[in-house]
Design a protein around this ligand. Sequence first.
Ligand code: NAD
Ligand code: AHE
Ligand code: ZN
Length: 370
Amino acid sequence: MRTRAAVALEAGKPLEVMEVNLEGPKAGEVLVEIKATGICHTDEFTLSGADPEGLFPAILGHEGAGVVLEVGEGVTSLKPGDHVIPLYTPECRECEYCLSGKTNLCQAIRSTQGQGLMPDGTTRFSMLDGTPILHYMGCSTFANHTVLPEIALAKVREDAPFDKICYIGCGVTTGIGAVINTAKAEIGCRGVVFGLGGIGLNVIQGLRMAGADQIVGVDLNPDKKAMAERFGMTDFVNPAEVEGDLVAHLVELTKGGADYSFDATGNVKVMRDALECAHKGWGESIIIGVAPAGAEISTRPFQLVTGRVWKGTAFGGARGRTDVPKIVDWYMDGKIEIDPMITHTLSLDDINKGFDLMHAGESIRSVVVF
Ligand code: NAD
Ligand code: AHE
Ligand code: ZN
């Protein structure tokens, strides 16, 4: 079939919206009509050329929601008409990682996914002249139709609006999951969140759900303050306005340091500050941000010797097929909020405006509706 997609032809260039060829689903695969997709900073990171796994030409996008149109041979858990959210972290429930019970990082298809290919080592997308186009994070949601492995789709309820629940495909689950699954934050804790964008706001929302007493937000952009307060931030710190040392300021503000701190910027200097503002003896710092190729984190080992813990999280530690339908229920039941964070809704033709808004710091989430 043919479909319309925004294609990343090369790093650092705007996406090009065009008709592309899409082959039907092979065994174990599912054809999905994407109804809406968010634009995450990770899409921008890969498009910029900073991603060591970035390959071109590719169809980016990993924060989508849609409807199953067709299933390949052997697919048993989904049928045409089902509403689904694509999962860049699949859940096969069979690999060593899934069975460990210790991680959400299913490895069943990770190697081909990282090469922009389906599990059989081929791509379903091509240009009209036959040039192959690679998949991205196993999702490629910047296309009106895409093909995914069955294990990379969460089936969700049919009354949930696509243009909101697409955000659960990455930002919402990553932020809330970082608090609940990775930090396992407890009632009465103090949290510090660096970066109040599409992920950081969901960390704030997660901390509020967990019953945190203090939620400090740190961002260089003061325009992010109001939205963060709406989601539960109790104190705002703009590093550009702090006189003296930012870490010392945050330790004082939190009366000894954060029980849990989170980096949602992808900046390795910020990651260090996040670790070092964690409480001596027990504070945990969770890295969410994705750093460019070649970037490395550093700190004095003494920071860890004296009890701080450095951790990371992918997709908020969520097991997608199990947890994502529950998070959709939380949204539909009013336990979490999504709507105010979706600041812009765009057509596919205008997708590059979503990247411009992100660069300008004017959006939280832009969502493309097909
Ligand atoms: P975003 O662009 O919406 O937000 C980033 C925020 O960080 C902005 O508000 C910006 O002003 C702020 N910021 C930038 N530099 C800063 C600094 N030095 N100090 C304080 N604040 C600063 O991005 P997003 O979509 O929220 O993504 C955030 C990060 O999380 C990105 O690196 C993204 O790739 C990553 N991410 C990781 C996962 C995961 O599973 N680990 C999932 C999604 C996104
Ligand atoms: N490809 C990059 C790393 C990108 C990365 O860390 N991706 C996160 C999800 S970001 C979603 O917005 C992730 O899930 N990582 C785990 C994994 O297996 O990819 C690089 O540096 O090579
Ligand atoms: Zn993302």
